[in-house]
Ligand binder design. Sequence first.
Ligand SMILES: Nc1nc2c(c(=O)[nH]1)N[C@H]1C(S)=C(S)[C@@H](COP(=O)(O)O)O[C@H]1N2
Ligand SMILES: [Mo]
Length: 540
Amino acid sequence: MTRTTERPAASPAARRAPAWAAALAGVLAGAVGLAVAELVAAVIAPGASTVFAGGAAVIDAAPRWLKDFAVEWFGTADKAVLLGTMGVVLAVGAAAAGLLELRRPPWGAVLIGAVGIVGAVTAVLRPDATALWAVPSLVGIGAAVLVLRLATQRLAPAWSSGGAAEPARRSDAAGVPDRGADGAGAMDRRGFLVVAGAAAGTTVLALVGARLLSAGATAVKAARETLRLPVPRTPAPSVPAGADLRIAGLTPYVTPAADFYRIDTALRVPQIDPAHWSLEVHGLVDEPFTLSWDELLALPMQEHHVTLACVSNEVGGDLIGNALWLGYPIGALLERAKPRAGADMVLSRSHDGFTAGTPLEVLRDPARTSLLAIGMNGEPLPVAHGFPARLVVPGLYGYVSATKWVTSLTVTTFAADQGYWTPRGWSARGPVKVQSRIDVPRGSASAGSVTVAGVAWAQHTGIGKVEVRADSGPWVQAELADTVGPDTWRQWRASLPLARGEHTLEVRATDANGQVQTEAEAPVAPDGATGWHRISVSVS
Ligand SMILES: Nc1nc2c(c(=O)[nH]1)N[C@H]1C(S)=C(S)[C@@H](COP(=O)(O)O)O[C@H]1N2
Ligand SMILES: [Mo]
C-alpha cells in the first residue's frame, strides 16, 4: 500500500485561479446580496428593496432628456430597460469586485460594501422611508461580503487575509488545503464549486421568498389605495365642537388611524385582496350565504363612532382608541341568514385563523350599531387594522368582538365553541368595564389652580360623571366634554388647587346607569383590569 494521507503537490496550473472564477465569485456575491436585501425588504417594507429604491432614485434623478429618450425609445418597457441596465452595471461591478478581492483583498469587499451603503442611503432618502429602510441593504452587504470571501478564499487559500491564526483554523475547519511551502495554496475547486452552488441556491430561495412575501402586499396596497368607499346611507352625526376640550397633552376625541393602538396575533399582517375576499355566514342558520366584496359595497352603509378597547389595557394604559367606522350592520347579515333557536354565539374567524366569540343577542340588538366595517376615519381600513373588512361592536373588548381580516361568521353556542383567547385564560364574555384615565398633568405642574384632564369610557352605557381628587381629599366633580353618544369615550377636565410639593391625583368615573368605577384592583386577565388611575405630580 503506497497511499498516504499527503495530498499530491499542486501543479503550477492549479495554483492560479482563473479570472473567470474570480469574476463569477463577485457576481454570485452581488446576486446573494441583492436577493437577501430583497427578502429582508419584503418582510419589513417592500419599498426598501435596494434595487427598487435605487431604481426609483435613478428615475427621480434622471435628467429630463434622458427620461424623454427612454420613454420615446422604450415606451412602457422603460422600467424593464432601467432594471436591465442596472442589472448589467451591477453585474460588471460585481465581477470587478471579485477580481479585486482575489488580487488585492479586501478591496473587492470594500467595493461591494460601498455600493451597498449607497443603496442604504438611497433607500433612507426615499420620500416614504423610515430609518428601517437601511436594513435590507446593510444585511445584503453582510451576505455579499461573506460569499465573496468564502469563494475567493477557495480560489487562493494563501491570499486569504485576516488574523495570522485564521487561515490555519480555516484549514482545519473548512478543509481548505494547506498552504505550500512558498505560501501559495492550490485552488480548492471542489470547495469553490460548493460555495458557488450554495450562493446560487441562496439567491434563488431568497428571491422566491421575497416574491411570495411581497407580491401580495403590493397588490393589496394598490387595491386599498384605489378603493373608493361608498357614501354612507346613514352618516354619523357630526362631532360636536365641544367633544374636544383642546387641552395640550389630552388625548384627542377621535384617534387618527396612524396613532390607533394595534393588537393582534399576526406575525405578518394578512394581505387580502378585496377581489378575493368574501364573508361566509353559516352555522346554526336556516339560510347560510356568502357575501362577496362587490355585494358588500352595494349594501347601504352606516357610519358610527365607536371607542375600541383592549382587554389587556392596564389601568391608565393606552390600548384604547376612538374612530369613525363605516360599515354594514352585522345584525342585518345575521337576520338574512335566519339564526335557529338555541344559538347564542357568533364565532367570527379571520383570514389568519384568529377567532372571537360574540353573544348573538348583542349582534342582533337593533339598538346597538355593530358593524362589519370597511372604513376607518373616512379611509379604507388600514391593512394592519383589518383591511378589507373587520368587526366593530360597541361595548365589548376587542378580543371577543373586533375580528380583523374577518372571513366568516359562524352562528353557534358558547357551549359548543370558544374564541381564540378563551382556552388561553381569558373570559368567554368580555363586556367593557367603566374606566377613566388622567392624561394631564404629566409629571409636573406649577402651583395654583392646576388643570387636570383625561378620558373616561363605559361603551354603550355612556359616562354619567367623572370625579378627581388630590391626596385622598374630597372628590371634585369634573366637567364632561360633549360626545356623539354612549359608544365613545368622553373627555373631562377639572381644576384642582395644588400647593408646591408632591401630590397624588386620582380619578373615578360613574357610568350613565350610576355604577361607580371600583377602587378594587384587578389584573387584566381574565376579563379586564379594574381600579382607579392614580398619578404623582410634582408641583413647583
Ligand atoms: N384577526 C385578528 N383580529 C383581532 C385580533 C387578532 O389577534 N387577530 N385581536 C383583537 C384584539 S385583542 C383587539 S383589542 C382588537 C384590536 O384592534 P386594532 O388592532 O385595530 O386596534 O382587534 C381584535 N381583532
Ligand atoms: Mo385586545
